[in-house]
Design a protein around this ligand. Structure first.
Ligand code: TRP
Length: 461
């Protein structure tokens, strides 16, 4: 690893905000050329800045096919404004028609933070789910479960563990010989979290999107890699054109795919698998399909790269009909971290850096008054040189959390730069909006408290 490389540690306190470098280094796609239906505030303002395979989800949405949203929460500490960004996106996807699954990472919290399962449950419900309800997540279309009480999640983690090893975990997470094994298992359980909504028991094959902060991307890279490794059929661009499908023969599918233990082929089996592939593709409307069982490939000359995702879906269905897991790599979106009130990183362990959703309004006011400012040292200088909204926390919090009106925000931005709005005035604008927003939230929380139970899946009650 070069010294220039960004290292992302999902459990660490360091946080890179070099977002263009992160996009490049980890192969994320920029949101710039994605066309979203009714973009939310976080989208319009470029705060959701990157994704992996989001088109797969948007295609499903456009075609009226089902898709799911998954997020997880670590039940430790208090919920703060930073956490609300993921919930904003979950709500947005839910309004577009996605079904929502929420993992309470009680096993991870126990393994990495020493929180007992009992305490984890209490914190999850009273602190997190109570606020999700207040923030407008619809309990009728949401399923909350606990890692510790959903066997399929742990089973998937265990099964897929077979497809990775300590070297890969070391490369992704920086684990070493001293790493506690509970810590090694936590990411595999998270793989189970992310993939299990596709199982037949939990909704069946459909695209699943996971909105996260960039710190969680290592888990998505691991999950996507493991899901792809289990696939029986690989879908690639053809050499010159078209889409090329190849067979991935593995221990657990060799007999189904017609590979005899002595290394020879069961022709009939193989041919029947290939006619299955062809008829799956014909269902999509392709007709010029070139099936080549001997080489183990099928070419669809008229297919374009854009067709790959629907081809992949069809083949996963077919794989399932043959007894495979048929796992689709998850999609994800990434948002910028909100800066801490003090200008450093936002962190629950440093209350001065953030607004907790339970902070009373007097505390909110006090914290914002002390926030890092982009104003000049004196009023005279500020009037002359103008302030810098890009680093002004009060402005940024309105942009990230509290102000919906884009035109208003733009005016405030321009007036601050022009020195017409003073730093103290900017803070007051933010205080007005933050206290109104949090005041409303507190009221909603009282009104929706009785809904918390309705969020829980059968196995979480
Ligand atoms: N690891 C996440 C955190 O630290 C919690 C989590 C568990 C999660 N499972 C997940 C997040 C699945 C997204 C998707 O907050």
């Amino acid at each position: 690893m070069g010294s220039e490389d960004v290292v992302i540690d999902p459990w660490g306190s360091a946080q890179s905000t070099d977002y263009s470098r992160i996009i490049e280094q980890f192969g994320l796609s920029s949101m710039d050329d994605v066309h979203l239906p009714s973009p939310s505030r976080l989208h319009r303002r470029g705060i959701v800045f990157a994704h992996r395979d989001l088109e797969q989800v948007l295609d499903a949405q456009r075609q009226g096919d089902s898709f799911g949203v998954l997020t997880g929460l670590m039940p430790s500490g208090q919920m703060h404004m930073g956490h609300s960004m993921v919930i904003d996106q979950v709500k947005w996807f839910q309004q577009l028609g996605g079904d929502v699954t929420i993992a309470v990472a009680d096993l991870e919290s126990q393994a990495t933070r020493g929180v007992s399962l009992e305490k984890g449950r209490k914190v999850a419900l009273e602190e997190y789910i109570a606020h999700y309800a207040a923030l407008g997540i619809d309990p009728e279309k949401t399923n909350v479960y606990f890692q510790s009480s959903r066997p399929v999640v742990q089973r998937l983690g265990f099964q897929l563990g077979k497809r990775t090893n300590l070297n890969e975990l070391e490369a992704i997470y920086g684990f070493s010989g001293e790493t506690n094994l509970a810590h090694v298992q936590a990411p595999l359980v998270q793989v189970g979290d992310i993939l299990h909504p596709q199982t037949d028991e939990y909704g069946g094959l459909r695209p699943i999107v996971v909105p996260v902060g960039v710190d969680q991307d290592p888990h998505l890279r691991l999950t996507r890699g493991l899901a792809s490794k289990t696939n029986w059929f690989n879908v690639n661009d053809g050499k010159t054109s078209g889409v090329l499908i190849g067979l991935s023969v593995q221990d657990d599918n060799a007999d189904v795919l017609g590979q005899l233990p002595n290394g020879r082929m069961d022709r009939e089996r193989l041919n029947s698998v290939f006619s299955g592939i062809v008829s799956s593709l014909e269902h999509l409307g392709f007709s010029d399909i070139q099936s080549n069982p001997k080489q183990g490939t099928v070419l669809v000359p008229s297919a374009t790269p854009k067709d790959k995702s629907k081809i992949r879906m069809k083949l996963l269905e077919y794989e399932r009909s043959l007894g495979g897991m048929g796992l689709l790599a998850p999609s994800s979106t990434y948002h910028h971290f909100a800066v801490g009130l003090t200008g450093e990183k936002m962190s629950s362990s440093k209350p001065k850096t953030t607004l907790f959703l339970r902070d009373d309004l007097a505390t909110v006011e006090k914290k914002i008054k002390r926030a890092f400012s982009g104003g000049q040292a004196t009023i005279e200088e500020h009037r002359r040189l103008g302030g810098n909204p890009d680093i002004d926390v009060a402005y940024r919090y309105m942009m990230y959390f509290f102000e919906d009106d884009d035109a208003y925000l733009q005016r405030v931005n321009a007036d601050y730069r022009a020195g017409k709005i003073l730093a103290g005035e900017m803070k007051q604008l933010c205080i007005d909006r933050a206290t109104a927003w949090l005041g409303d939230l507190h009221e909603m929380r009282d009104q929706t408290a009785h809904l918390v139970e309705d969020f829980l899946a059968e196995d979480a009650r």
